[in-house]
Design a protein around this ligand. Structure first.
Ligand code: ADP
Length: 849
């Protein structure tokens, strides 16, 4: 039965209430609280029963037919909720807003929050080293406005992007937005790409929140930014009922203050995850992240996502690393302190979102406990970080909350003794009553002479005296016992005195629970007032943790402080790719990268697998590390500050639609050429290989010419087109380098060493051999090669013919003999030469046996 088919007049009052609430939450799955359960009806019930593997039953709703229903117990609803949210559904949680015990008639109900992937706050659902962003995209034709927020940390940003879909998508993917709110006039193709190609939840909303939370954007004047902010706020506050009072301000992200990298570059350089497995392990952040707190880890990631361009700011980070590198003991002690600090940013969000429990408060307290020690050490280091000690708050929390409180805040046992007089008194009454009850058993046994009498308690009947059936005859009426419960083997009684004490204990118990709850809420209010101060401290701690992490990495990975130059020189001595170095089983070969003012392009040739793209990536990674404020993997490094890194390396994924590989390659190259400035870095790996040889070569050459004539930015260009290597004669700013390889008896060894000049051999067939291609196939390739080379009178580069040592060695030696014989020209040999040659051949033939 569908919800839309129901005759509402026939419904029971409760079901009418359900319908009214559900009407407002059409898109969401409604969890409707009924006593100890959340119940889901109609289509929601059917869907949830399928997704959560719950039994679908029915509920009598006043109609002839029962309505489809499934339910989950309220105290164990979390895993079900998580499952639905992770599958991309939004869940509206509808609670009872009045206490059923004190309400006559039906209790009021209302949705208290909407939970979706983009706005999770619960720490259990979130990755500690990642932000969880929800964004809004507005298309103003001349630009896109992207607004995004992490409700779990209270960060809120807005930025303007050029009106290009691929740039927008690149940013959305880079930020890893979980959900996006779009206005209803948004281009359908964009909606489709976000939803279907990238699995991002898309919500449509065209309303704007006008008169709440103005304090967070009071300094922003730009009308487009304001519209974006109000658009996201409307969704969060009105649609998802979020309390955002932990958000201090909206930050404008000025893209031109940072080194810009698009999503291809970020992915190709494996900054945050590996290309193939999409895992953090073996990414650059994995290598550099030595932080001790979740906040520090997110901060470091942010630094890598947004490398700086301002020399002074970058050098400040270098200075701090240098100080830390000289203060080993202090640094280690600080790391121990930081280890004690919990995720204060997300704990602050929990204070606001009504999800805080006493265990969270203990985490806040324990975090505050180490602050004095951190402050003292930071002062010794003379770092300019404003960390408050929050002493009063710490004292209060320490006095108030027990060390190991329960998860629930509604069942007492939260507040320490000595914190509140009334609570202590009530607890005295309760324990007095309990003591009396426990001594009652002994005294009643004595008084009645019934030896197996027991005093007990259960939730339904309360306290009782239990007497076995056999002893019932011994009960004297004058004792005034009243029967409470009959069981098969015994009877349970209550006495007037026991009843009196029971009332005292239960009364005290109830009051204790109520009082503890209200005391907890008071503490929560105090935390709320301190929230922005706590958040500032959390922020400073995150910076400290991130910088210490960079210092630790600099020592563990043998990094060096780069020198930033205002000239256009790149001078890297013995540079390394830190991740390949760490992962590689063989020794990593360090390489220089020298491009002074006069050289803009290095044209790199060399066999496949020799290390060309590693060399290119290495340069980009060194630059990114340098500009995020880190030391770099080299013996020494002089670098200018770059504004953009463009890459076209390896297979790339197409962001917008199903373009061909070559088209994507050209789009990316075009993007680089159009947007690069003299301060940019371009990495092109075998550009043009996606089309026919002459096409590809011509395009590659024209691009190189264009860059070196018009842009003059630092460029690494690897190529198989050896024809291009003569470009250095035409352009003085192009220099040839190659990756050397050693060839001996048909086997090739990659030396991974970058040397000056172009390579004069290519080793394609050798690499095919290394890959284990069948011998016959390789022989055939050799033959074909010979044919082509004889056709082409002047090959620009000689493909080294392969000498086989595969399979039977004999075969190979015979081949060598044959080749030598082939090359001999008896008519042009002196008799002496002929005899020597014959002698040599005989010697070689001997080896065959
Ligand atoms: P190419 O781009 O020339 O095909 P790659 O850069 O992909 O080659 O390198 C191939 C492999 O060689 C890499 O996976 C890496 O393990 C190894 N390698 C590359 N450069 C070095 C180096 N400098 N030192 C040691 N090993 C290296």
């Amino acid at each position: 039965m569908k919800r839309s088919e129901v005759n509402r007049n026939e419904l029971s009052p409760m079901m009418k209430q359900y319908m009214e609430i559900k009407d407002k939450y059409e898109e969401e799955i409604l969890f409707f609280r009924l006593g100890d359960f959340y119940e889901l009806f109609f289509e929601d019930g059917i869907l949830a029963s399928r997704e959560l593997e719950l039994t679908l039953t029915g509920k009598n709703a006043g109609l002839k037919e029962r309505v489809p229903m499934c339910g989950v117990p309220f105290h164990s609803a979390k895993p079900y909720l998580e499952k639905l949210v992770n599958k991309g559904y939004k869940v509206a949680i509808c609670e009872q807003l009045e206490d059923p015990k004190t309400t006559k008639g039906m209790v009021k109900r209302g949705v208290v929050q909407v939970v979706s992937k983009g706005t999770l706050v619960d720490l259990d659902f979130l990755k500690e080293y990642d932000n969880n962003y929800i964004g809004s995209i507005l298309d103003f034709k001349t630009k896109y406005i992207l607004t995004y927020a992490d409700v779990s940390t209270g960060h809120f940003y807005v930025c303007a992007l050029p009106p290009k879909k691929d740039k927008l998508l690149s940013e959305v993917l880079n930020l890893n937005l979980k959900a996006v709110v779009l206005a209803d006039n948004t281009d359908v193709e964009l909606v489709d790409t976000l939803k279907n190609s990238y699995g991002i939840s898309v919500y449509i909303n065209s309303e704007y929140l006008e008169d709440e939370y103005q304090n967070i954007y009071k300094d922003i004047k730009d009308i487009h930014f304001l519209t974006g902010i109000k658009h996201l706020l409307y969704y969060l506050v009105i649609k998802e009922l979020k309390d955002l009072s932990h958000i201090k301000e909206v930050e404008i992200v000025e893209k031109n203050e940072y080194l810009i990298m698009d999503i291809h570059t970020i992915r190709n350089l494996e900054l945050f995850e590996t290309l193939r497995l999409k895992e953090r392990t073996y990414s650059l952040i994995w290598l550099l992240d030595k932080t001790k707190t979740a906040m520090g880890s997110r901060r470091l990631k942010h630094w890598m996502q947004y490398p700086l361009k301002e020399k002074e700011k970058i050098e400040k980070r270098y200075d701090m690393i240098e100080v830390l590198n000289n203060e080993f003991i202090l640094k280690e002690e600080l790391r121990k302190d930081l280890f004690e600090v919990y995720d204060m940013e997300r704990l602050c969000a929990k204070v606001i979102c009504g999800m805080l429990n006493a265990r969270d408060v203990i985490q806040i307290k324990n975090s505050l406990k180490v602050l004095p020690s951190i402050i003292e050490k930071v002062a010794k280091l003379k770092f300019n970080l404003k960390i408050k000690d929050h002493h009063e708050l710490y004292e209060l929390l320490d006095k108030a909350i027990v060390e190991d409180p329960p998860i629930s805040i509604k069942e007492g046992s939260l507040i320490k003794e000595g914190y509140n007089k009334e609570l202590d008194e009530l607890r005295g009454i309760r324990s007095g009553g309990k003591e009396f009850i426990s001594s009652l058993e002994a005294s009643e046994k004595e008084r009645t002479g019934i030896k197996n009498l027991k005093v007990g308690y259960n939730r339904v009947f309360g306290y009782y005296i239990e007497v076995s059936k056999g002893n019932l005859k011994d009960i004297d009426e004058s004792w005034g016992w009243e029967r409470r419960q009959t069981l098969t083997s015994c009877e349970r009684f209550i006495t007037p005195l026991l009843k009196e004490k029971e009332a005292l204990v239960l009364n005290a118990e109830e009051k204790i629970i109520e009082l503890e709850y209200s005391l907890f809420l008071e503490i929560k209010d105090i935390l709320k007032k301190e929230l922005f101060n706590l958040k500032s401290t959390a922020e400073e701690i995150s910076k400290l943790d991130a910088i210490i992490s960079l210092s630790v990495a600099s020592e563990e990975l043998n990094l060096v402080r780069p020198e930033l130059t205002s000239s256009h020189d790149v001078k890297i001595k013995d540079g390394r790719h830190p991740v390949v170095e760490r992962v590689s089983k063989t020794e990593y070969i360090a390489n220089d990268c020298i491009m002074d003012e006069s050289i803009d392009t290095l044209l790199i040739t060399g066999p496949n697998m020799s290390g060309k793209s590693t060399y290119m990536r290495q340069l980009a990674i060194i630059i990114i590390m340098a500009q995020m404020g880190s030391f770099v993997p080299a013996k020494s490094a002089v670098l200018p500050v770059f504004d953009n890194i463009f890459t076209r390396i390896g297979a790339s994924d197409d962001l917008v639609s199903g373009e061909s590989t070559f088209m994507v390659e050209m789009l990316e190259a075009c993007n680089a050429i159009v947007n690069a400035t003299p301060q940019s870095l371009i990495l092109f790996d075998e550009l043009g290989r996606g089309t026919a040889t002459y096409d590809g070569m011509s395009i590659a050459e024209a691009i190189l010419e264009y860059i070196n004539k018009n842009i003059k930015c630092k460029t690494l260009f690897s190529t198989h087109y050896h024809e291009l290597t003569s470009l250095d004669q035409k352009f003085t700013n192009i220099k040839n380098v190659h990756v050397s390889a050693l060839e001996e008896n048909g086997t090739i060894t990659f030396l991974h060493k970058i040397k000056n000049g172009a390579v004069d051999k290519s080793y394609g067939i050798h690499v095919a051999k290394l890959a284990g291609m069948p011998q016959d196939l390789l022989k055939r390739a050799n033959e074909i090669l010979k044919y082509y080379e004889s056709e082409n009178k002047e090959p620009s580069v000689k493909q080294e013919q392969i000498i086989f040592d595969l399979g039977e060695e004999e075969d190979d030696k015979i081949n060598i003999l044959k080749e030598e014989l082939d090359e001999m020209d008896p008519l042009n040999m002196t008799p002496m030469e002929a005899i020597n040659a014959l002698y040599n051949l005989k010697q070689k033939a001997k080896d065959l046996n």
